[in-house]
Design a protein around this ligand. Structure first.
Ligand code: NDP
Length: 289
């Protein structure tokens, strides 16, 4: 039976530490979350962020725009928050409606307030492994989970499934800097079975429920399931009335591998925690200036 890498356990341990860190600050760290449109999944992610922020004593402001909002209107709002010294972090919940230029919106965020680490400036810092690079929350969460469970990364073979700008690419880059040997797979990878079997750590971020099965894995491996998919039919878990599964066939794979993250309760929880770690780091950088 695999070791369960529980994000919830890490988060519970970190909550008191973050609370204490915030109590010692002169002002409350303040995160602004901008939501465009009314997607249910975005609303659920934002609610989770707000809940955790409240728990640790951070301030979270949720700003909503209509689905058909103009790009200029959002950018104007972001620029206002950039200039507001009571705001330490700004995130724009993705995905955005198609009529908006995602890069244009994200890059309007002041890089010192970009706690998702997704602006071009921060991605370049990450690319170059510069000190102070903001590691995107999901990537930081995965790294923190591995560290907590003493799973070594240096010199290991890490196979990342998915090459999105949000998860796959920054994760592959980050683990390259951590001296892992990294392979990136995507929808055109010819022999996924062969690639996943080369890994010590498999990180799956494809949005394809059940993509990774017992046939893809070996006993010494750690499997990190980033996927969050809402599915119909036979379901493994339910949260807040939504049925959530990962990209890994959990029941089949956990019988074989050495360690695995559950969905929910794994990487998703770590992403929220890491977002607030990034917010606190941003606060400290802004107050050190
Ligand atoms: P995207 O849709 O942007 O990217 C998916 C990636 O998976 C693409 O690179 C795609 O390849 C690749 N892919 C698709 N099918 C296959 C396949 N059969 N074999 C190998 N690779 C494949 O998704 P995201 O990166 O934004 O998100 C991925 C998943 O992670 C989603 O379920 C999302 O909900 C979840 N997520 C979870 C978070 C968390 O905190 N746990 C945070 C963010 C996302 P190609 O490039 O060729 O199209």
């Amino acid at each position: 039976m695999a070791l369960l890498l529980q994000g919830a356990t890490v988060r519970n341990g970190a909550t008191e530490r973050l609370k204490k860190r915030i109590e010692d600050l002169t002002a409350k760290p303040h995160l602004v979350i901008i939501q465009i449109g009314d997607r249910d999944d975005s609303a659920a992610y934002i609610a989770a962020k707000k809940r955790f922020g409240d728990k640790i004593g951070a301030r979270v402001t949720h700003v909503k725009f209509a689905q058909d909002v103009l790009q200029e209107e959002i950018i104007k709002k972001i620029l206002e928050y950039n200039g507001d010294t009571s705001v330490h972090g700004i995130i724009v919940q993705v995905p955005l409606p198609e009529h908006l230029n995602k890069d244009g919106v994200i890059d309007a965020i002041d890089p010192t307030k970009d706690v998702d680490g997704l602006t071009a400036v921060n991605l370049k810092r990450l690319w170059e492994n510069k000190p102070g690079a903001v590691v995107p929350a999901t990537t930081r969460g995965i790294a923190e989970l591995l560290r907590f469970y003493n799973i070594p990364v240096e010199g290991k073979r890490v196979v990342v499934l998915g090459r999105s700008s949000l998860v796959g690419k920054p994760t592959a880059l980050y683990f390259t800097h951590r001296n892992a040997t990294v392979t990136v797979c995507h929808s055109h990878t010819l022999n996924l079975l062969e690639e996943t079997k080369k890994a010590d750590i498999i990180i799956v971020a494809t949005g394809k429920p059940g993509l990774i099965t017992r046939d893809h894995v070996l006993p010494h491996q750690t499997v990190i399931d980033v996927g969050i998919n809402t599915v119909q039919g036979k379901l493994e878990e339910e949260i807040e009335g939504k049925k959530i599964v990962g990209d890994v066939d959990f029941l089949g794979v956990e019988k074989i591998v050495s360690a695995i993250t559950p969905v929910p309760g794994g990487v998703g929880v770590m992403t929220v925690l890491s977002l607030f770690e990034n917010l606190l780091d941003a606060y400290e950088t802004q107050h050190a200036i």
